[in-house]
Design a protein around this ligand. Structure first.
Ligand SMILES: Nc1nc2c(c(=O)[nH]1)N[C@H]1C(S)=C(S)[C@@H](COP(=O)(O)O)O[C@H]1N2
Ligand SMILES: [Mo]
Length: 313
């Protein structure tokens, strides 16, 4: 496991980042990088390991190098701040991720408005190293901090009528100036089927590289669904609803023949305008083959048994 240093990090970031790297090197010696290893948030601050972490599941079939922090935070899609890849890092300073409230409702026993501090305090963060593959065929490997969506759903107790989970991003053109242009039908919305939402891989991310989530990456709370194309991983979430009917999703509303509800990474099903067979890791020139379900087939393929993945793209 190689770890590349990011090109530029500011002085103020050096200490936690170096603690982070030291800890990663230690894990590297202990074995392969833990995918499902739970790390208490305090251990990040202290820079050491929780016993048992190295026994957790490994990263997967490809040798994955972490994508540098600099790339992860400066090459983004977040249309609320512009449609260029450099726009979010440049423009997302207007977003105020504190204070922040997430409204949880629909078919559940404990609906309510939950403050972000309550959420972060209630569901302890773990580190998860996940590949993320954008439909535009670039990919990244990111060490996220967050908690499984499953933990939050079990807390609010979905009723038997809940079949899907619908997510909504903040709508506030003062904070998100890109919303003044109708490039998408704002606010950004996404959804998951209940089994997908309850899958242990589905993460609510609150940070990356051991730090708070930068605004451009979806502060203060975003979804990460590693076996689906990047657009499912909705950022800066203000509402989560448990619903009976399949939720509308922003990219499906915009271009239904190009973007379906499921959006599972699938090298065998091309996007109507380009192949999905290969991908380019940020920071690399060569293209590598894209893996079925982005390499997470073992964990997720059974959810789609019997489904025609060409039809349900
Ligand atoms: N609210 C919102 N969420 C969003 C987007 C967006 O434009 N708005 N872009 C999506 C797309 S297309 C991708 S590839 C990922 C990128 O996440 P990253 O910034 O962590 O790389 O965010 C997704 N979530
Ligand atoms: Mo994307």
């Amino acid at each position: 496991m190689l770890i590349r240093k990011p090109g530029k990090i500011s002085e103020s970031e050096v200490t936690p980042y170096e603690l982070y790297l030291n800890r990663r090197r230690f894990i590297g010696r202990a074995g392969r990088i833990a995918l499902l290893g739970a790390i208490a948030p305090s251990s990040l601050a202290a820079g050491d390991l929780v016993p048992g972490e190295a026994e957790a599941a490994t990263l997967g079939p490809q040798e994955d190098e972490l994508t540098p922090y600099e790339d992860v935070t400066t090459y983004n899609n977040f249309y609320e701040f512009g449609t260029g890849k450099a726009d979010p890092a440049r423009n997302a300073g207007t977003l105020k991720p504190k204070p922040w409230t997430v409204e949880i409702g629909g078919h559940c026993e404990r609906p309510g408005d939950y403050g972000i501090e309550d959420i972060i305090g209630r569901f302890p963060a773990e580190e998860r190293i996940y590949r993320l593959r954008c439909v535009e065929a670039w990919s990244m490997v990111i060490p996220w901090m967050g908690f499984p969506l499953k933990d939050l759903l079990e807390f609010v107790q979905p009723t038997s009528r809940a079949e899907y989970v619908e997510f909504t991003t903040l709508y506030d053109p003062d904070q998100m100036p890109g919303q003044r242009r109708r490039v998408l039908d704002w606010p950004y919305v996404e959804g998951l089927r209940m089994d997908e939402a309850m899958n242990p891989l589905t993460l609510m991310a609150t940070g990356l590289y051991g730090k708070e989530l930068p605004n451009q990456n979806g502060a203060p709370l975003r979804l990460v669904v590693p076996w689906k194309y990047g657009f499912k991983s909705i950022k800066s979430i203000v509402r989560i609803r448990l619903v009976e009917d399949i939720p509308a999703t922003s990219w499906n509303l915009a271009t239904p023949n190009e973007y379906g509800f499921f959006a599972n990474v699938n090298p065998e099903v091309d996007h109507p305008r380009w192949s999905q067979a290969r991908e380019r890791r940020l920071g690399e020139i060569r293209r590598r083959p894209t893996l079925m379900f982005n390499g997470y087939a073992e964990e997720v393929a059974s959810m789609y048994d019997g489904m025609d993945l060409r039809r349900w793209y």
